[in-house]
Design a protein around this ligand. Structure first.
Ligand SMILES: [Zn+2]
Length: 261
């Protein structure tokens, strides 16, 4: 992938755009930020967009706040309008993080892409079991400004309580502190988002990546999977880190249904 990006002047083309999906605790936000920074994607972080609107007290923020607070899905027509506007403003390839989360949103995304005459190169699904997800979420810290995520023991910031990137205060999210809310988020993911993953699997766009282990290990698997999968479709798209690292748990296109109840 990085080779393809270099050959196009350092910026990935719109057709290289990706969607990243993962259950709560899978490290999706961390991986998205890292991949975007390494490969030059326009990182579209749905959670951060919504948090900014809520913090600003905009009319949109006021409408979405009750859903975010309760850990519920935001109504499709409300969210799809926000996302369509953001996608329209992307000048090069985007990395979509936190959207779509249900089939209605996936259909809305299809429609937006069609209107923009744009395609996506693939959909990455991070896979994690519920127990590991719960352990990770218990120590999770989020920066108040941009939603950069840390973990007290697994991924601590350089200075305690302060975001490495923008220096803002780190807080535990209310819904990470509450075990009941966590359970309902995992159930919501299984019921609403897993069907989206299955749909992308059927359309041949899906790449599955195991999300256990350190963030570095997951990033390595992710780039391996991305390079291997995209190079099948686009001969010049290949990550530069070499294929001699072996297969670090990459299972692109496998038919396993990790989250099936
Ligand atoms: Zn931050």
């Amino acid at each position: 992938l990085t080779e393809a990006i270099k050959s196009s002047g350092g910026v990935p083309q719109k057709a290289d755009s990706l969607v990243l999906i993962g259950p709560p605790g899978s490290g999706k936000g961390t991986q998205a930020a890292r991949l975007a920074a390494r490969c030059g994607f326009d990182h579209i972080n749905t959670g951060a967009i919504l948090r900014q609107e809520i913090a600003a007290g905009s009319s949109l923020g006021q409408r979405v706040e009750p859903y975010v607070r309760a850990g519920e899905l935001i109504p499709t027509e409300l969210l799809s309008g926000v996302m369509a506007a953001r996608l329209r403003s992307a000048s090069h390839a985007f990395l979509l993080d936190g959207y779509p989360r249900n089939l209605a949103q996936a259909s809305a995304l299809d429609q937006t892409l069609e209107e923009l005459r744009q395609t996506i190169a693939g959909v990455i699904a991070l896979e994690l079991d519920d127990q590991t997800a719960a352990q990770r979420l218990e120590g999770r810290l989020v920066c108040a400004a941009e939603g950069h995520t840390y973990h007290r023991s697994l991924c601590p910031p350089s200075a305690e309580g302060v975001c490495d990137i923008d220096g803002s205060q780190l807080v535990a999210r209310q819904d990470d502190r509450d075990l009941g809310a966590l359970r309902s988020r995992l159930e919501l993911f299984r019921a609403q988002t897993v069907p989206v993953i299955e749909r992308y699997c059927e359309s041949g766009l899906l790449m599955r990546v195991e999300a256990t282990g350190s963030p570095e290990r997951v990033a390595e698997r992710l780039e391996y999977t991305l390079g291997a999968s995209l190079s099948r479709n686009q001969p010049r798209a290949r990550i530069s880190r070499g294929s001699d690292r072996g297969k670090p748990g990459a299972r692109a296109q496998s038919g396993t249904r990790r989250w099936a109840a």
